[in-house]
Write a protein that binds this ligand. Structure first.
Ligand code: DX5
Ligand code: ZN
Length: 216
């Protein structure tokens, strides 16, 4: 299991130091939540902030766009140093052409689905995707409870990825903790995003080690 700490739960006044802390604690990927106050009822940060943070670590930047019109900003996030860009199937942009914009920039494309969206929505795009992000909470805020019902979507995607002989990764995001991560692992998840469970823990390394151990 790869662990992607969500920086949403870090101390924003020490943003770069928090990335270094997550890196040293054994984070595999840095998960950066971009919110526009329109697609979700919360605001975070954008490409200029990510660009400044890029030099804090060599670990991949997984940029989760919770914004209404991702196609307008793909170039900015690519320039900022995103390695993976996820956007939501429920957004207002055209999915096919937004994926093309990401591909053209040599960034790894991913599609994210909210809890109310069936997994079938991503199937027409699966062959082009580096990753599918299955939300296990309503996007917008950290610290919510994991929705175990979402595991049927993970299982469906896992079957389809195997049947097509793809290596598309499955990521879950929201409510991942010591009490929930084994459920995600059993369903076939490759990457777990964890905000509160990592940055809210007294020791981030211990927290990440424990999460990984529970998946073995
Ligand atoms: C929610 C974000 C998540 C969030 C997860 O909209 O996409 O990445 O930070 O936080 P926790 O792990 O605390 O549920
Ligand atoms: Zn996220």
């Amino acid at each position: 299991m790869l662990i992607a700490p969500s920086l949403l739960s870090c101390d924003f006044a020490r943003f770069a130091d928090e990335i270094v802390r997550a890196d040293k604690a054994g984070a595999d990927i840095m998960h950066l939540d971009v919110m526009d106050g329109h697609f979700v009822p919360n605001l975070t940060f954008g490409a200029p902030v990510i660009k400044k943070l890029r030099k804090a670590t060599s670990k991949p930047f997984d940029v989760h766009l919770m914004i209404s019109e991702p196609h307008r900003y793909i170039g900015d996030f690519a320039d900022a140093g995103a390695d993976i860009i996820s956007f939501h199937t429920e957004c207002d942009s055209d999915i096919d052409s937004t994926l093309s914009l990401i591909e053209e920039r040599g960034v790894k494309p991913a599609l994210a689905i909210k809890p109310g969206t069936p997994a079938e929505v991503v199937l027409p795009y699966l062959d082009r995707l580096y990753m599918v992000l299955v939300m296990t909470v309503e996007p917008g805020f950290g610290g919510q409870s994991f929705m175990p019902d979402m595991m049927s979507k993970v299982e469906l995607l896992r079957r389809e990825i195997t049947a097509r002989g793809l290596d598309t990764l499955i990521e879950v995001d929201g409510g991942i903790a010591v009490s929930t991560i084994s459920t995600a692992a059993k369903a076939g998840v490759d990457i777990c995003v964890a905000g509160t469970a990592v940055f809210g823990a007294p020791d981030a390394k211990e927290a990440i080690d424990k999460l990984k151990e529970l998946c073995r």
